[in-house]
Write a protein that binds this ligand. Structure first.
Ligand code: URA
Length: 480
């Protein structure tokens, strides 16, 4: 038996290196055991990778970026057998190069389920961490206690670093703690779950933690504050968000932490997410899987500053599909398309056109929010042609799964994605276009355009025109 000892639960690069060696040496999956240092006392002390029987050497299989991202996510699951599963899949890929696409294969299905659970856990952590403001040795700091289900602290932390870049914050968890020093993320061992703090205990725990990790050579918050005096902090989006999070709790300190994402809140959130997923899976097996894969998309750089990918939403098979440009600020936070101001206008237009929104599949040409930070706000930026192109495979898969008869393109970016070339919206609007596979398409104005019109009369006219186009599309999709 070949025993591989990984340095940590999240040691994916160690796993990859060991797996590569093992494959080259032809070590069969049944002859390998993976364990994480510290979790099997004594057993793996001196067991280097690759000590087992060598059959015939195997090439290291090539895997797509998307599948690698699924593997990397699955490797963060709490399931102890996950590394053995991944190694078995890598081994099989040599003889079965199409394996990753065989969703019914038990190994592939299990891998997908693990990856999905991990991605959900990361989202939950982003959504449920609640910070509490404390006065620390270096001035104001923000602390939170959280208990993730899987090994996701490192994967989730960069989101907080981007969101709260100007603040000093710490998230304490039973497995790993992470601290933002103002310019770097620092990780350290977790805090005993048995001391899960509530109320002022959290502050005590944080002070002890802080004292244990404090490294004056590496942190200079005084200099940081000198560059950014505290009176300006309230103007920063991050500070505002933190205040909002803190203010969400019903009363003062103790209640804040009681309402923080300790178990009851996290469990409530998780359950809601799971119920939703089960419902939509029953309705459309392919769409939830697609939504999951969108979260792992790295085909263009837009994923990085965004909170999450925003997949389409609607019935499994909708006669009418509406394609927008890209999620906006609210959609990015909610993870759902058209829920912000443009979405509210679209809802009104649909209602006026007699189109039930829940009968329509609504999506976007680009699945991540492209923006430019400006002061407190994230300002929408139009996606470029290469970003639309990079996102096209997702839209194409939505077409394949949803099989709409009619596609409404809201604005130029949507038209560019669906038609494959640029068009002047005003020139083609209202024209019924022939699309691939017998579908028909209509280009109309984007609701945001209507919202931006400064003149009330012009805005009303544009809204009426949008209503007419939606009614026409609905009539095409549902002939009397
Ligand atoms: N604008 C879009 O194009 N899509 C959304 O989801 C929201 C605003």
């Amino acid at each position: 038996m070949t025993r591989v000892r990984l340095a940590a639960e999240t040691d994916f690069s160690g796993f990859r290196a060991a797996a590569r060696d093992l494959l080259r040496q032809g070590v069969e999956p049944r002859d390998v055991e993976f364990a994480v240092a510290g979790h099997e006392p004594g057993l793996f002390e001196d067991a280097p990778a690759g000590g087992g029987p060598t059959a015939s050497s195997r090439p290291v299989p090539a895997v797509s970026r998307a599948f690698l991202s699924t593997i990397a996510s699955a490797s963060l699951h709490r399931e102890p057998a996950r590394f053995a599963l991944i190694y078995r899949i890598l081994w099989r890929l040599v003889d079965e190069p199409g394996l990753a696409q065989v969703a019914s294969d038990p190994d592939v299905a299990r891998l997908g389920a693990l990856a999905k659970a991990v991605r959900r856990d990361i989202h939950k952590m982003h959504a449920f961490v609640r910070f509490r403001a404390v006065e620390g040795p270096d001035g104001e700091a923000f602390i939170a206690w959280y208990e993730p289900d899987h090994h996701v602290v490192e994967a989730a932390a960069p989101f907080f670093a981007r969101r709260f870049a100007s603040l000093l914050w710490t998230i304490l968890t039973p497995e790993r703690c992470v601290r933002w020093t103002g310019d770097a993320l620092e990780y350290s061992d977790g805090v005993d779950r048995a001391v899960a703090p509530t109320g002022d205990d959290l502050e005590d725990l944080w002070r002890r933690y802080y004292a244990s990790v404090f490294n004056p050579a590496r942190v200079n918050p005084t200099a940081m504050r000198a560059e950014m005096p505290r009176r300006f902090w309230r103007n920063l989006p991050e500070a505002q968000l933190i205040q909002d999070l803190v203010a969400e709790a019903p009363s003062r300190a103790a209640a804040m932490v009681a309402a923080a994402p300790t178990l009851p809140v996290a469990r409530r959130g998780a359950k809601l997410v799971d119920e939703d997923a089960e419902r939509s899976e029953a309705a459309a097996p392919g769409l939830p899987a697609l939504a999951d894969r969108i979260q792992g998309c790295r085909e263009c750089p837009l994923w990085e500053p965004a909170t999450q990918g925003v997949p389409g939403e609607g019935p499994a098979h909708a006669a009418l599909m509406i394609v927008g440009e890209q999620p906006g600020d609210e959609e990015d936070l909610a993870g759902r398309p058209f829920v912000g101001p443009a979405g509210r206008l679209l809802d009104r237009a649909l209602a006026q056109a007699g189109v039930p929104r829940d009968a329509v599949y609504v999506t976007n040409a680009v699945k991540h929010f492209k923006f430019e930070p400006r002061g407190k706000r994230r300002i929408h930026k139009k996606p470029e042609a290469r970003e639309i192109r990079a996102c096209l495979p997702w839209l194409e898969q939505e077409f394949t799964l949803v099989r709409p008869d009619v596609v409404v393109m809201l604005g130029a970016s949507a038209a560019q994605a669906v038609l494959g070339h640029t068009v002047a919206v005003t020139r083609v609007r209202g024209e019924v276009l022939d699309l691939a596979e017998g579908r028909r398409g209509l280009v109309t104005t984007h609701p945001s355009y209507v919202l931006r019109l400064p003149d009330r009369e012009a805005a009303e006219a544009a809204f009426e025109a949008l209503v007419r186009d939606l009614a026409q599309a609905w009539a095409l999709a549902r002939p009397a």
